[in-house]
Design a protein around this ligand. Sequence first.
Ligand code: ADP
Length: 256
Amino acid sequence: SREPQSLLKAHHADAHVGKVYGIVSGKGGVGKSMVTSQLAVTMRRRGYQVGILDADITGPSIPKAFGIHDRAMGTENALIPSESKTGIQVMSINLLLENETDPVIWRGPVISGVVQQFWTDVLWNCDYLFVDMPPGTGDVSLSVFQSIPLDGIIIVASPQDLVGMVVEKAVKMAEMMNVPIVGLVENMSYVACPDCGKKIYLFGEGKTAQAAAAHNLPLLAEMPIDPVLASLTDAGSIEDFQGDWLKTVADHLAEK
Ligand code: ADP
């Protein structure tokens, strides 16, 4: 059975939004926010106007990765996204909290309401809006699927998720919600030896391609665990990272 799409809301009347892509994962901690950020940086480098809607309300990590700490501004009827160093627009609950270390302990419906406002009330001006989705396939994810018209989703998984049921659940959710799946990004696939460059596949090599094929998913990229990326992200300088691991994904989006 398909969910009715009638719940989908329009964005703010004065906003301009081109394509909207959700970045999803079957569970937390696999690098969903990392892929969202990298994708935004890649598309921005290609000259597009880019926004990130941080719908991961209980674990918002986008502002910190981009070094954004100032509060978001509002007008009488709109929220103005903050801008990163390279001009990426960001809206996140952490830009609205009085203290960015305060935990968000709201229940599902309240969280869903905030995510919906990030879509309907923010003055986005972007060719590509990337939505860092809530982790997992629970009620908050469901309500994001129902309130934001997604042009597609990108699934992020760690090597272990691929062989389990976690990815399958994400795939089924997207299918039930009638949203096309652009493809799969595997994160933390391997570590490259800093001395000789040899790739060490901690969880075995080649399993991913197999699992992706079993799910009928194009495997778009494999991202290594990179200490440089981790420390730049911790320092709020993710835009300084020079890697271009999501090139294939960006090519894909630019063609559509
Ligand atoms: P999720 O959004 O799925 O919960 P995050 O994107 O926040 O996961 O990633 C979890 C942690 O792992 C973060 O501290 C992030 O900086 C780090 N991380 C993610 N991917 C990589 C990578 N490829 N290399 C190094 N560190 C990474």
